[in-house]
Design a binder for this molecule. Structure first.
Ligand SMILES: [Zn+2]
Length: 340
């Protein structure tokens, strides 16, 4: 693996900007994207975050597998998950496979069918652990158990696999506040027994020196612990929760790097594009038809758009057409960098 860093940093800024293009029609949500990104960038060296994360990952020069975690929902609105998260994981898994790194994909059992369908539609084969271990370009998928008690034994078993891990990426994965309350992005508390306690995986991975990355678009996702104090104190009304947590609905989990974006899938696409840039290999990025398939696939397994609650191939209220435009902008940046 190369750690080539001669790409002009401006291209990573472009990718960050595209991932943070805000398109919301609910007044309470409007304007939040720029706030989250600005504070995260300031606190992490004032540099493009997708460039920082991809470079830190590649610097390890490791071919050990990565863990990709997703799965968001609630019993009323999104009982079988949403369209944001699965496609991001699918495309990131493709990018890692292109550089010889296999992916282990985790989501709660109730979300897993949609996630698996997305990963397959994006072009990744889903394998048994045995064949996955013998290949460099497959995905092995496991259900993340729900509830606090089940998490630690599962995490310990996963992290103790002899092959080791080169990173854990949380893509649109809710985490609890420092008080231990899970919230949706509007600050409504969730039953902690209904969700996977994946934030414990972030803590355990960091203790073992495994790189951890959070990609989120609301503030309630794993990784926002990195900026929760600054974010809440700058905008207390925006992030208030219904249960009165100290920093509201904001996740309290610390990761090595946080990448806030407008739509979590777009953050994952930006990371895939950043990996392609660093490697000087534009073909790492899958083509749009695979992205579209990966967005549509979870709908057949009961997922909805998390913003509109509709069974339509939009993501966080952004139409498929706009998702296509955004994806082509990522491709444009990789092309510009490749051909000067
Ligand atoms: Zn709360």
């Amino acid at each position: 693996m190369t750690t080539e860093t001669s790409v002009s940093p401006i291209y990573f800024d472009y990718l960050d900007q595209i991932a943070n293009l805000e398109l919301k029609n609910k007044p309470a949500q409007q304007g939040g994207t720029a706030i989250r990104y600005r504070i995260a960038r300031e606190q992490q060296g004032d540099t493009a975050l997708c460039g920082l994360i991809s470079q830190s990952f590649l610097k390890q020069e490791s071919k050990k597998p990565v863990i990709l975690v997703t799965g968001t929902g609630n019993p009323v609105w999104l009982p079988e998950g949403e369209t944001d998260g699965p496609s991001g994981v699918a495309i990131l898994a493709r990018a890692f496979a292109s550089i010889g790194i296999p992916s282990c994909i985790l989501a709660e059992e109730r979300f897993l069918p949609g996630v698996l369908a997305s990963v397959r539609a994006g072009g990744m084969p889903i394998l048994s652990e045995e064949s996955w271990l013998k290949r460099t370009n497959g995905a092995w998928c496991q259900p993340f158990p729900t509830g606090a008690k089940a998490a630690l034994p599962f995490i310990e078993s996963l992290l103790s696999r002899p092959h080791g891990w080169s990173g854990v990426f949380f893509i649109e994965k809710p985490g609890p506040s420092v008080e231990g309350c899970f919230h949706n992005s509007s600050g409504v508390p969730k039953d902690p027994e209904w969700v996977g306690h994946a934030h414990m995986l972030a803590d355990a991975a960091r203790q073992q020196g495994v790189l951890t990355v959070g990609v989120g678009d609301g503030g309630n996702e794993i990784g926002f612990g990195v900026i929760r104090e600054a974010l809440y104190h700058a905008h207390p009304q925006r992030f208030k929760c219904q249960c009165g947590c100290e920093t509201g609905l904001l996740d309290g989990t610390i990761v090595d790097y946080l990448f806030p974006c407008s739509v979590s899938n777009w953050g994952a696409y930006a990371l895939a594009a950043a990996l392609a840039l660093h490697q000087g290999r534009s073909h790492i990025l899958p083509q749009w038809p695979e992205i579209e398939a990966s967005i549509r696939a979870p709908l057949d397994h009961g997922a909805f758009d998390g913003y509109t609650g509709m069974a339509m191939p939009s993501v966080d209220g952004v139409s498929l057409k706009a998702n296509r435009s955004v994806y082509h902008l990522f491709e444009e940046v990789v092309q510009l960098a490749s051909f000067g």
